[in-house]
Design a protein around this ligand. Sequence first.
Ligand SMILES: [Zn+2]
Length: 246
Amino acid sequence: MKADPRDQQRLLDLQQIDTIAAQLERQRSHLPVLAKLDELAQARMHAQDAVVTAETEQGDLERELAKAEADVQLVRDRAARDQAHLDSGKGTAKELTSLQHELASLTRRQADLEEIEIEVMERLETAEAALTQARSTLAAVDADVAAAIAERDEQAADLTGRLAEATAPRATVVGELPADLVALYEKLRASHGGTGAAMLHARRCLGCQLELNNADIARIRAAAPDEVLRCEECSRILVRTAESGL
Ligand SMILES: [Zn+2]
């Protein structure tokens, strides 16, 4: 392939634009805040799980408490009926004595059930405190997530702006270059880690950093200035400049 030496050197400008653009894109996709957001997503999942667990625990205890209260109420109602019966004085002496025994037994039963009720109430209080704590942890994680998202958006917007600025002249540069030279450059850039054209600097290919041997240098010296050269090592377009050491 042949191309005007000035066009070959201009290809280095294009490479410079593309290298800077690739750096900015890499920076944008590897923002430290993105790793932080991943960690926060994990933390949020755990905090959310803790809230669900605490809510379930609270709900279970509320049902347990309602049952304990109903149990106590049943015994109270039964005792009230017995007491009313006793107070009425109706029935045989044997029946009234039996009622008195039952009342005494109900009183003991009520005391036992009330103890259970108090114990459930205490457990419910503990569960409610745990739920409050879990919700507050979740709210704190949510606040951290919101802050990290704002930070990410700000940094990404800044890099997107710098990227637009850096690549603004690209179309003009491409437009000024021969299409076949640009096509070869793009093909090599895509397959060679983002670098399609490299300067020959002090006998070294700046694409692969290898120093050319004397035979290669002799071949390059003999080549016509408009011959598009390729590095023997990395096959990138090798651009001669005043600093090539030829
Ligand atoms: Zn090379």
